[in-house]
Write a protein that binds this ligand. Structure first.
Ligand code: HEC
Ligand code: HEC
Length: 251
């Protein structure tokens, strides 16, 4: 083969390749339903966890996204992922990552899946719900009764006071008796004054009994329904009466 022919042959080959490359790919993108596992690949590829956390794991530069799908919803997030610069211009900005539509759909399927996992229910962990300064004074400073005699006192108020901070009740894990100290549940300082007006038509004693036995019936505004539900089983009716007698002295 002469040098010239070889030269033309190579030129032909190059132009053929160039021609093939120039043909736009007309095959439409296959419409695959978005999938969480594919989305997880996109999450890793774009290093989202360099800036974001899921279940608290990852970078702390940008918000935790464990519950973002439930918080913002798919429509908002789709817009956001394709054009983050258009959102919250006054805040730290997320860079434009140039995601394709299908990448962002898969990511959203992944973020939705993350938020639906059982572990996501406990993330973020509850904050340490203690505010205020006082001390957890359960027995009055001038109490002459010792702890063991308190448990067997003839006075229901003293027995109830003992139970309040001892097994099997230990209400004091979650309730303080100082007005300015909130643990997990509301302070029970002054509860005797409020109990009668919490639920229309329910006396203070009835309300207290129901608060102990059926805590979910009435949720004190601003608190979560986390008081345990089994006090009706673990406490005897005498013990519940004693607790009520004690709480009725908290004026
Ligand atoms: C370089 C850091 C960085 C990377 C990488 C990054 N983000 Fe972000 N992202 C941010 C910042 C900063 C914000 C807060 C933006 C704001 O408040 O406007 C944010 C916010 C978000 C939000 C919440 C939007 C809202 O309004 O609540 C979502 C969802 C999100 N990012 C998803 C992703 C996904 C998915 C990836 C990976 C494909 C990713 N981010 C990668 C920095 C980043
Ligand atoms: C695990 C934490 C926890 C324990 C233990 C607990 N509680 Fe509660 N309690 C709460 C929370 C949270 C609320 C507020 C939500 C609600 O109303 O159920 C509450 C509400 C109450 C209320 C209503 C207060 C109001 O202002 O209306 C009373 C009364 C009460 N608890 C009494 C008790 C007694 C008595 C005990 C012990 C037998 C006890 N709790 C043990 C968490 C707890």
């Amino acid at each position: 083969m002469s040098g010239t022919r070889l030269f033309f042959a190579v030129c032909l080959l190059i132009s053929a390749v160039a021609f093939l490359l120039a043909i736009p790919s007309t095959a439409p993108e296959k419409a695959m339903p978005p999938a969480p596992d594919v989305g997880m690949g996109v999450w890793q590829e774009y290093k989202c966890e360099g800036c974001h956390t899921l279940y608290g794991q990852g970078g702390n530069y940008a918000p935790d996204l464990t519950h973002i799908y439930a918080t913002r919803g798919g429509d908002y997030l789709r817009e956001f992922l394709l054009n983050p610069a258009a959102f919250h211009p006054d805040q730290r900005q997320m860079p434009m990552l140039g995601l394709t539509k299908s990448e962002s759909d898969n990511l959203l399927a992944f973020l939705q899946w993350v938020g639906e996992q059982p572990a996501a229910n406990t993330w973020p962990p509850r904050p340490i719900n203690v505010s205020g300064g006082g001390s957890l004074n359960v027995l009055p400073a001038n109490a002459s009764t010792t702890i063991s005699s308190a448990a067997n006192s003839a006075d229901p108020v003293v027995r109830g006071q003992y139970l309040f901070s001892n097994a099997p009740a230990i209400c004091s894990t979650c309730h303080s008796l100082s007005a300015d100290v909130v643990i997990v549940g509301p302070s029970l300082a002054g509860i005797a004054n409020r109990a009668g007006s919490r639920v229309a038509g329910t006396s203070a004693e009835e309300y207290l009994r129901n608060s102990i036995v059926h805590p979910s019936d009435f949720i004190v505004p601003g608190f979560q329904d986390v008081m345990q539900k089994n006090f009706g089983d673990v406490l005897t009716s005498d013990q519940i009466n004693d607790l009520i007698a004690f709480l009725m002295t908290q004026k």
